[in-house]
Design a protein around this ligand. Structure first.
Ligand code: NAG
Ligand code: NAG
Ligand code: NAG
Length: 367
C-alpha cells in the first residue's frame, strides 16, 4: 500500500517533469522581440517574443514565412518554420540556424549556418523528418564552410539612425568617382562627390551627374558594419530613405579595395554575396572608381571609444597608486637589505640561520 503510493507519486513526478520539458518555450533574444526589423536578405521581419514573420522560403509546392523560436544556444538561434515540406509523401520540418553577432542594440549581423539547398531557391536551411527531435548541432549542420562575405544584417526599423558605425579606412575620404554598371553604362565623373569624411558614419553622395542612383539610395546611407577578407572590405550600408525594392533598396553591400590612392567599389543590393569582389560587378550591380581629393585625418578601422575625463582621472589615480606601491616596495627592500647587512655582521656565527628562514624563491610554483 505504502509502496504503491510512492510509486504513484514517483510516476506523477516523472510525468509532470516531462510536461514541463514539453511546454518549455524558446524566446528570441530580448533586443529582437516585439519589433519590426529590416533584414538585408529577406526584407521586413516582425518579431514577437517567440515568433518571426516575414522570412519567406519555398521548396517544391511548400513554403512559409512564419517561424517559431525553436532553441537558442549561445549565439545560435534556431527557428522552425510553421507547416512542413511534403517530399515523396513524407513530411519534413524546416529549420534555419542563425549565428548572431551584436553590433548595437538595434543592429545585428549573422551567418546562416546550413548548406545551400538547391531545392529551396538556394536558401540556407536544414530539413528533418517531422517528429524527429532536433539538436542545435543538427539544425546548424553544414558540410561546407560559409564564405566569409556571405553574412546578413538586421536593423531595427524604428532605429535606423542609431546603428551608424565608422566606415573602414579606404572609404574615409572625399572622392571624385565614376560609375560603370554591370550592363556597361558609364556615368558620374568629374564633379561627382562621394563624401564619407564630413561624417565618418554617413555616406553622402552628389549623384546629379549620374545616370543611375548610387548604392541603391537617394544619396545618403549609413555604415551598419563591415568585415574584411584578404584585402577586400565588405561594407553593409543602410538607406534611411525610400526603399521601393526596384530602384532603391534598404541595404547595399559595397566590396571595397584600394590600390595606391585609387579606391574601387563594387555594389550589390541587399546582403553581400558569396564571391562578390571588386573586379567585376554582378547583375544589377555597378563598379565605382574613386579618386580621393581629401582623406580624413586620423583614419582608423574602428570608431574610437570617446575617451572620457573619468577614464583619464582613473588612469592617473591608478598610475600614482602603482608608483606609490613600487616606491614602498623598493623602500622596504632597501631597508630590509640594510637591516640584514647589520644583522649579518652581528650574527656571523649563525651563517645558516637566514637562509633557513628565507621563503622559497618560487613559492607556490611546484617543481
Ligand atoms: C552636386 O554637383 C553639382 C555638379 O558638380 C553641383 O552643381 C551641385 O551644387 C552639387 N550639389 C551639392 C548638394 O553639393
Ligand atoms: C555626424 O553624425 C552624428 C551621429 O548621427 C551626428 O550627431 C552629427 O551631427 C553628424 N555630423 C555632421 C557634421 O553631419
Ligand atoms: C567576381 O564577381 C563576378 C560577379 O559576381 C563573378 O562573375 C566573378 O566570377 C567573380 N570573380 C572572382 C574571382 O570570384
Amino acid at each position: 500500500m505504502m509502496s504503491n503510493t510512492l510509486l504513484f507519486y514517483g510516476v506523477s513526478f516523472i510525468c509532470v517533469g516531462h510536461l514541463f520539458l514539453l511546454i518549455e518555450t524558446c524566446n528570441y533574444p530580448s533586443d529582437l522581440q516585439s519589433a519590426v526589423w529590416e533584414d538585408s536578405q529577406k526584407g521586413s521581419l516582425t518579431y514577437t517574443t517567440n515568433q518571426m514573420t516575414g522570412y519567406t522560403y519555398s521548396s517544391y509546392s511548400s513554403g512559409s514565412s512564419i517561424w517559431n523560436c525553436f532553441l537558442i544556444d549561445g549565439d545560435y538561434v534556431v527557428s522552425k518554420a510553421t507547416g512542413t515540406i511534403n517530399l515523396f509523401s513524407a513530411q519534413y520540418d524546416v529549420y534555419i540556424c542563425q549565428k548572431f553577432t551584436k553590433i548595437t542594440s538595434f543592429s545585428y549581423s549573422y551567418y546562416l549556418e546550413s548548406d545551400v539547398q538547391s531545392n529551396a531557391n538556394n536558401d540556407r536551411l536544414n530539413v528533418f523528418p517531422t517528429g524527429n527531435s532536433v539538436t542545435v548541432s543538427q539544425a546548424c549542420a553544414k558540410t561546407m564552410d560559409i564564405p566569409t562575405e556571405e553574412f546578413h544584417v538586421l536593423v531595427k526599423n524604428s532605429n535606423i539612425a542609431d546603428v551608424k558605425q565608422w566606415f573602414p579606412t579606404p572609404l574615409l575620404g572625399k572622392f571624385e568617382y565614376t560609375k560603370v554598371t554591370a550592363a556597361g553604362v558609364s556615368s558620374c565623373g568629374s564633379g561627382s562627390v562621394w563624401d564619407d569624411c564630413t561624417n565618418r558614419t554617413t555616406m553622402s553622395i552628389n549623384m546629379t551627374q549620374c545616370s543611375s542612383v548610387v548604392a541603391f539610395s537617394q544619396g545618403v546611407t549609413y555604415c551598419v558594419t563591415y568585415i574584411t577578407k584578404g584585402s577586400t572590405y565588405y561594407v553593409v550600408v543602410v538607406n534611411p530613405g525610400i526603399a521601393d525594392g526596384t530602384t532603391y533598396f534598404r541595404f547595399a553591400c559595397l566590396a571595397v579595395s584600394q590600390s595606391g590612392s585609387t579606391v574601387t567599389v563594387v555594389e550589390k543590393s541587399g546582403s553581400c554575396g558569396a564571391g562578390q569582389n571588386t573586379s567585376l560587378a554582378g547583375t544589377g550591380g555597378a563598379k565605382y572608381t574613386m579618386t580621393p581629393y581629401e582623406t580624413c585625418p586620423f583614419t582608423t578601422d574602428s570608431p574610437s571609444e570617446p575617451s572620457s575625463d573619468i577614464g583619464l582621472i582613473i588612469g592617473i589615480v591608478v598610475g600614482l597608486l602603482v608608483l606609490l606601491i613600487i616606491g614602498a616596495v623598493v623602500g622596504y627592500c632597501i631597508y630590509k637589505k640594510k637591516k640584514n647587512q647589520i644583522y649579518d655582521r652581528e650574527k656571523k656565527e649563525n651563517a645558516n640561520y637566514l637562509q633557513g628562514s628565507r621563503p622559497p624563491l618560487y613559492s607556490g610554483i611546484s617543481s
